[in-house]
Design a protein around this ligand. Sequence first.
Ligand SMILES: Nc1nc2c(ncn2[C@@H]2O[C@H](COP(=O)(O)OP(=O)(O)OP(=O)(O)O)[C@@H](O)[C@H]2O)c(=O)[nH]1
Ligand SMILES: [Mg+2]
Ligand SMILES: [Zn+2]
Length: 353
Amino acid sequence: MELAALGFDDWFERYSAAVLQPGQSVARVMAVDRGAFLVRDQDGEVPAELAGTFRFAVGSASDLPCVGDWVCVQRHASGGPAVVHSVLRRKTILRRKCPGKSVDFQMIAANIDIAFIVQACGWDFNLARLDRYLVIANEGAIESWILLTKIDTVSPSDLEDTVTHVRRRCAFANLVVLSNTTGVGLEELRALLVPGRTYCLLGSSGVGKTTLINRLIGRDALDTKAVSGTGEGVHTTSRRQLLVLDGGSMLIDTPGMRELGLLGAGDGLDDTFSDIREQAERCRFADCSHTDEPGCAVRLAVDSGNLSEDRYQSYLKLRKETEFHDLSYVEKRKKDRSFGRFVKTAQKSMRKL
Ligand SMILES: Nc1nc2c(ncn2[C@@H]2O[C@H](COP(=O)(O)OP(=O)(O)OP(=O)(O)O)[C@@H](O)[C@H]2O)c(=O)[nH]1
Ligand SMILES: [Mg+2]
Ligand SMILES: [Zn+2]
């Protein structure tokens, strides 16, 4: 398979020229599993490990290769694992805040063209969570499509209600409704997949992400497992993996995420709530917080029914989270700096002794 078929284009070519060393070639990261990598290039798929120099130079977890990355590798003729020397600049990224209070983030995948935000009809369906995924995709400059799975488990009228909710909430997003069990919607989805493009499935555990990939591949290439009615407490997929379909498009499977922290950087929130941003241009105060200021056009839109209360609340909640994150990031940097000063002063006084 040629590199172009794996998604390598002029953009990556340009950036690779500066970092690629003699004896190295580029390959795409196909799977990451607890520090072990699988990379692929025109000569096929091989296991890979990080070069010692690279491992030492890495400043944070997000600098490490993740699935979808293009990396510079040295392949061994003897058949041993390839050695990863560097990661090429990422065109797009999917990342989330690490669970808990830390302000670090975790890469989910890189160089994705389209994010499939997967929700199952019924127990999993949740508009607030949908917003959250849309913000994450927008933050990484990735277009999103919404996939509603398991439509065989709800009545036609419940399905219609769910679809109406999604359309009202995300008028511009592509929406495909499907069932992995009956096969409804699978051909529609397959027809939308473009060769050479990379798609990433995101969504709670048990919504049918892996089953969908297996259906599209036409065989059980990946493990799935029966879930309880609520889908809670079960995680089947444990690693992130990129699969190439016969048609030439690429899909990344990810484990269901329980906690989906936002980052607070970039315009992800604004882009997701572009309707609110537009209203906000008519607020009396430029720095209006859209809560209790006079002349707030956003509140007016809610009061007059042009903006749903739910969507407005979802916006406030996510905004609060990103603000909190921005703040904690600033605090952390401050602490790092004062610790740095402390070390320097300590070193000076040591030298004086
Ligand atoms: N009724 C019905 N069941 C489905 C459908 N799609 C998947 N399932 C079932 O749902 C269960 C979970 O599917 P998975 O594909 O493992 O879910 P997942 O999203 O990959 O879950 P994680 O890997 O844990 O993130 C399996 O028992 C599937 O058979 C569907 O469209 N309808
Ligand atoms: Mg899975
Ligand atoms: Zn306002």
